[in-house]
Design a protein around this ligand. Sequence first.
Ligand code: ZN
Length: 143
Amino acid sequence: MAAYKNLKIKSTIMGKLSHGADLLDELTTVCKDNNIRLGRVWAIGAVQKARLGYYHQDTKKYSYFEIDKHLEITPLVGNISIRDGEPMVHAHVTLSADDGTTYGGHLAPGTIVFACEFVLDILDGAEYIRTHDETTGLQLWEI
Ligand code: ZN
């Protein structure tokens, strides 16, 4: 059975990330610096290289792969909730190369910003806290 709550957007911030920054780390820093603990994020732009994850449902483990080329962010979508008491950005990203080839996956540290414009909606409501889910092996929301 689906579990959900009705939430309202408290405010929205819109900005750009730093050239050369780690995409996931800098988004997380924006959240921590602004005490954003519940929200959603969307971004477009380009990266110098990428590192993405893939969750293997059979072994319940992530594996990671790197794409060492210049790519467009087409786009990034994600959410902000709480893991181990801290804001966690969980984002998936689709990236496109110069021939239109696309890559996609779970955004991991090691994806380096060329330029990135983001919009972040801060949601009003009780925190969504991630806890271990026995069925999937993932850290999922306790709602
Ligand atoms: Zn993911």
